[in-house]
Design a protein around this ligand. Structure first.
Ligand code: IMP
Ligand code: MG
Length: 194
């Protein structure tokens, strides 16, 4: 631990060029999303399904603002493609329960090309939930390749590679409490994980 006072100068990693969303902005929006969900699911007992690993910070904040009974599960998926050729998607972790007849809210960090969400929503739809909605923290509409309906959205952002609040580059930066734009020089070709 250094002895510098960082109260006037945020302690950014050198690779961060801009803070796009501050922790305060995020907190306010996540509380707003929780209020919307609470209104829409009043009297229900929805199942929140978080997508590993990027959605874990958003999910954990969102669920703590929900004053209603919810269940929580996690799913993982991976793509066998690379930065140039999108590959097959497959589950690396499945749900621990059936979702037939359940009100499912899929919770994701970011909708980018839309490929993984479209695949995952289809996978969940086959299991006959009573309802299935998508709650995404971020949306990058300019990058969309596959249409995805986002029912609850935190923020729309421009086409920047962002990290923080769960989002990573090469497994790093997930723990930043804000969303930041990374200097393109800090990353190589493969940027998009899960
Ligand atoms: P898709 O392209 O919409 O299928 O998104 C695939 C995954 O790539 C997302 O769920 C994120 O985990 C990751 N991803 C997409 N854009 C970014 C970004 O700007 N920063 C970090 N991860 C991203
Ligand atoms: Mg993700």
């Amino acid at each position: 631990m250094g002895s510098d006072c960082n109260s006037c100068q945020p302690d950014w990693p050198a690779e961060v060029v801009e803070v796009l969303l501050t922790a305060e902005q995020i907190d306010e929006r996540v509380r707003g999303l929780a209020a919307e969900l609470q209104d829409d699911y009043a009297g229900a007992n929805p199942l929140l399904v978080g997508v590993l690993t990027g959605a874990v910070v958003f999910l954990s904040d969102l669920m703590r603002h929900l004053q209603m009974p919810v269940r929580v599960e996690l799913m993982g998926l991976r793509s066998y493609g690379d930065a140039h050729v999108p590959g097959e998607l497959c589950l690396t972790k499945d749900l621990g329960c059936e979702i037939e007849g359940a009100d499912v809210i899929l919770v994701e960090d970011i909708v980018d090309t839309g490929r993984s969400l479209a695949w995952l929503l289809e996978e969940l739809r086959k299991r006959n939930p009573r309802s299935l909605k998508l709650c995404a923290f971020l949306n990058k509409p300019s990058r969309r390749q596959v249409p995805v309906q986002i029912d609850y959205l935190g923020f729309e952002i421009p086409d920047h590679f962002v990290v923080g609040y769960g989002l990573d580059y090469a497994g790093r930066y997930r723990n930043l409490p804000y969303v930041a734009v990374l200097n393109p020089e800090a990353y190589g070709e493969k940027k998009h994980g899960n």
